[in-house]
Design a protein around this ligand. Structure first.
Ligand SMILES: [Zn+2]
Length: 275
């Protein structure tokens, strides 16, 4: 009798154990299923990031069109008041404040001077280019007022020597050499960089490995190629594949990704501020 009872208890225990095993199995299956769903969902998201814009993707710069407020608003990065020195516009119609002289430091391994606030980025850019096996060389950077004035006067004299009157020579000189106060080199934020193996300041400079690396990477260090190909109507300056200008990393990236020159950037900023 006792034996029979014992076996019944054992059988009940076995049944209970089997039920528990089944329950555990169901739980495991459900958990695996849930994990798989979460994993697939997560993987799907990482394949289609919504907030990453591929490099080179352009933003429609035509802010004058009236889209009726249905198009997403384009936000042009504008530096703070404190950083306004970075994006200063200097060209034939935007002269520097009279007598403006930034705090200057000497660029590593050269005798050239650059704005102290941007020199570290310039040094890093040149160093990284050298690490890539390239040999970039600065051939001009900060230019003092006196130097720009001397260059301009020399050009006037050169033009007068061709038989032009002083007034004619003066006007002609303005198209060749920046009038004092209107040269970017006076900001301390512009530098002419050439390949050590090819120092000509003409279009052929663009073919050097040094320029190709600089043109592709300079924005990462806060620089732009200031007078790019096809932008002379805005800049008033011929294509200069050697003249780099510091504008800070955020604005350099925006200008590069949207294929702008500094004049176009400023036009967009003004349009944005007028809205
Ligand atoms: Zn230059």
């Amino acid at each position: 009798m006792q034996e029979e009872r014992k076996s019944r208890v054992q059988s009940q225990q076995q049944k209970k154990q089997q039920q528990t095993k089944l329950l555990v199995l169901i739980l495991v299956v459900v958990l695996i299923g849930a994990c798989a769903v979460l994993f697939l969902h997560g993987a799907g998201e990482s394949e289609t990031p919504e907030d990453v814009v591929p490099p080179g993707e352009t933003v429609d710069a035509d802010t004058t069109s009236d889209a009726g407020g249905t198009e997403p608003e384009i936000i042009i990065p504008v530096v703070s008041e404190e950083d306004s020195w970075k994006t200063v516009l200097v060209n034939s119609s935007h002269a520097l404040a009279d007598g403006y002289v930034p705090e200057l430091v000497t660029v590593d391994n050269t005798s050239f001077k650059f704005d102290a606030r941007a020199a570290e980025d310039l040094n890093t850019m040149l160093q990284d280019a050298r690490t890539e096996g390239l040999a970039p060389m600065i051939c001009s950077s900060y230019r003092a007022w006196e130097r720009q004035t001397a260059l301009f006067e020399k050009q006037v004299a050169k033009q007068q020597a061709t038989g032009l009157s002083y007034e004619e020579a003066y006007e002609k000189a303005k198209s060749v050499v920046a009038y004092p106060g209107t040269s970017e080199h006076q900001t301390g934020l512009a530098t002419d960089i050439v390949a050590t193996s090819h120092q000509l300041l003409d279009d052929s400079q663009a073919e050097t490995a040094e320029q190709q690396w600089l043109m592709e990477n300079c924005w990462k260090y806060g620089f732009i190629l200031r007078y790019p190909l096809g932008k002379s109507e805005y800049t008033g300056i011929i294509y200069e594949p050697w003249h780099y200008r510091y504008v800070g990393k955020e604005v350099a990236q925006y200008i590069t990704e949207n294929d702008l020159c500094l004049e176009e950037y400023w036009q967009l900023v003004e349009n944005q501020q007028a809205q």
